[in-house]
Design a protein around this ligand. Structure first.
Ligand code: FPP
Length: 242
């Protein structure tokens, strides 16, 4: 048992960790590199963190890779992020499949190059039977847009107002089938949700570190999860802990 897995027997584990991978640009600046190099370093950190999360025994991991608001960045940076996702999928889907990682996509294909959309769909299809961990990649994802899409589908289905419930709305979000995140981690010291899982995060616990995403380590993940284990989650009630 390695140092990361050793943790799981001692404290309660989150079932679903969601990470806002922030700070690639500042990491690049700190190293005298272009922003794209920061994003590339960020991609290189995906594998170790996915593996460490699976080793901890956490069955769901969600990563915020590209938001609906990220289109506001210079087109060169946007294209760079699209290419990095394509490259990541080309190189890593087989490895992830071998590690029993199921890939899921959150968000929309609107505005995404059809070749990239096809790669994403294929990654999802090729790993659909994997069981160890579900990795949801939020790419071209925005929480508000996801809710708007859900509401449009519900209205179009002709459902009566009385039949609209939290469960019905949840079932129409792109996170359908994935439990709400227990724990949201944001790197680079920012304290914002940035339109990430805004419906699903109603009772999530938060954790942030000043460390930029490319420098976020399995050891820090373990520290964060240990901190989660000490939280008293009451979900609006009393005495969740004995
Ligand atoms: C935030 O850093 C990061 C992003 C907007 C993208 C996150 C993406 C990755 C980690 C790599 C891409 C992953 C895939 C699979 C494509 P920032 O650019 O906002 O950093 P800054 O706030 O320091 O400028």
């Amino acid at each position: 048992m390695n140092d990361v897995t050793a943790h799981q027997s001692t404290t309660p584990l989150p079932k679903h960790i969601a990470i806002i991978m922030d700070g690639n640009g500042r990491w690049a600046k700190q190293h005298g590199k272009l922003r794209h190099a920061g994003h590339r370093a960020g991609v290189e950190n995906l594998r170790p963190i996915i593996r460490a999360t699976a080793d901890l025994g956490v069955p769901y991991l969600t990563l915020y890779a590209f938001s609906t608001e990220n289109w506001r960045r210079p087109s060169m940076e946007v294209q760079g992020l699209m290419s990095l996702l394509a490259e990541f999928l080309d190189h890593e889907v087989e490895n992830l499949k071998n590690e029993d990682v199921r890939i899921n996509h959150l968000g929309s294909f609107e505005g995404i190059n059809p070749h990239l959309a096809e790669k994403i769909s294929q990654a999802v299809a090729r790993t659909r039977d994997c069981k160890r961990i579900t990795l949801s990649v939020a790419f071209n994802y925005g929480g508000r847009q996801d809710i708007v899409t859900a509401v449009k589908q519900i209205v179009a289905s002709g459902v009566s107002p009385e039949a609209v419930t939290e469960e019905l709305i949840s079932a129409h979000l792109s996170t359908n089938g994935v439990p709400d995140p227990d724990f949201i981690i944001r790197t680079s010291g920012e304290w914002r949700l940035s339109n990430f899982l805004i419906w699903e995060a109603a009772y999530s616990e938060y954790w942030t570190t000043p460390v930029f995403w490319p420098d976020f380590t399995p050891q820090l993940l373990k520290q964060a999860v240990a901190d989660y284990g000490n939280r008293d989650r009451r979900f609006g009630g009393l005495n969740a802990k004995p």
